[in-house]
Design a protein around this ligand. Sequence first.
Ligand SMILES: O=C(O)[C@@H](CO)OP(=O)(O)O
Ligand SMILES: [Mn+2]
Ligand SMILES: [Mn+2]
Length: 580
Amino acid sequence: MGSSGFSWKLADHPKLPKGKTIAMIVLDGWGEANPDQYNCIHVAQTPTMDSLKEGAPEKWRLVRAHGKAVGLPTEDDMGNSEVGHNALGAGRIYAQGAKLVDLALESGKIYDGEGFKYIKECFNIGTLHLIGLLSDGGVHSRLDQLQLLLKGASERGAKRIRVHILTDGRDVLDGSSVGFVETLEEDLKALRAKGIDAQIASGGGRMYVTMDRYENDWSVVKRGWDAQVLGEAPYKFKSAIEAVTTLRAEPKANDQYLPPFVIVDDSGKPVGPIVDGDSVVTINFRADRMTMLAKALEYEDFDKFDRVRVPKIKYAGMLQYDGELKLPNKYLVSPPEIERTSGEYLVHNGVRTFACRVNSKHLIFCRVLPNNHLLFNSETVKFGHVTFFWNGNRSGYFKEEMEEYVEIPSDSGITFNVQPKMKALEIGEKARDAILSRKFDQVRVNIPNSDMVGHTGDIDATVVACKAADEAVKMILDAIEQVGGIYVVTADHGNAEDMVKRNKKGEPLLDKAGKIQILTSHTLQPVPIAIGGPGLTPGVRFRNDVPEGGLANVAATVMNLHGYEAPSDYETTLIEVADN
Ligand SMILES: O=C(O)[C@@H](CO)OP(=O)(O)O
Ligand SMILES: [Mn+2]
Ligand SMILES: [Mn+2]
């Protein structure tokens, strides 16, 4: 016990034993929805997940994975990996980035903070650059927040502003980029009418330009750097509207993958490269897909690609993206202070964790918890989900000597409808082997298929993806069966269970050409959670007095299954032990 009286020690659960191997499986983007032809999980053959649902009603239920249950501003906000895994790992509901930025803008506190004061230092001599995702998706950023920031910065002295846009099509409908650019252009025009030199300077699709994550493919960030900082790109246009409409007219064009472009003046010169004396704000509040750019902008020592020219700038993130690395150093809004996560508790209660590397570049996250619990991750595209997000947006170890990271390299440079099985088999095998080794008490995995392929909007491929995810679950459950363990299967938010935009009555919406509008985004649907396995103490079942249960209730549940009571401030457990 520390001098403050705080203790990491968890109380023993009065009825549940320690020492069982637990597989903690997170299916990414796997929600529950009405069965129809746009529900890929329903269409796909998913015998394992079906059997969990049909087999034991007291061991299968739905939990909330969107809106206020995961700390988002409204019930219209779909869930996402960051808030979902934060809730799963932290066991409590934190006001998330989207909400914190809303509050800071509403109260005006954003302008009183150290971060804004820092970027303001350039306003007399330099340009303010705003870089980020242009949509109202609310997963990584929101257009209305950008609009307020533009207004606020210009009212506080910014005289020259350049916006570097990343088109979405992943959290919003494909093709919506044009409308968002039009809205932004209106705002910039209004600013110009007030004498502020404000323009869009560059752009590109989020999955092809800038917003890579977990160091899967640095060339994505480089393309953005070249356009945003150096003013160089394969496409040059006089305006952003011209850029997106022209690039979208290409066959198979897609907002997520638009090529990089720069806006040039009449003499062909880029209107807004980033130069010495400028300020930069990355306007995304979500961390994972801004971290790589933040490193490129902030780090003196940087060898991921040739930056060619490194301007001396004042840089701030909308939020601090990595609490461990303190990256970036300056930010406009403080991130949620997610502390005392379930993983950290378990380490502090624990025996040992260890680290093993598959090779220097690619790792699978494994973490050994009390009595050798192994937390094991995913392939690169979801690498940080059950580590970085799970641990409250911390990239490091809690105790390095007790933790193990391994990562299966994802395919890069492809859209995942081309490889819908992704690395599900490999993830399943690694998890199986870890369980069968009997060295670990927890094996934690994220199976990405239904989400990553669902985001492509390719329904046939998403069906294949769901089947592959189900097969991976089976491999892990079979291993749990062999070692007498326990499984917890859940998901972080919906995606593949609904692939079409619907009207209020739930009917598919058609576009002007009479075609259904494919939904590439996450959904507002609840997600399943199932528990079971031969190691589950008889009588353990879901309580029926937590009807509003959400992802944040899972941490206490898992702590119980490890034989511990959860800390008193955690959201309540979903399970009880019935007396036989
Ligand atoms: O790919 C992403 O960045 C988001 C969607 O914007 O998906 P997820 O939250 O599942 O990671
Ligand atoms: Mn997800
Ligand atoms: Mn997703």
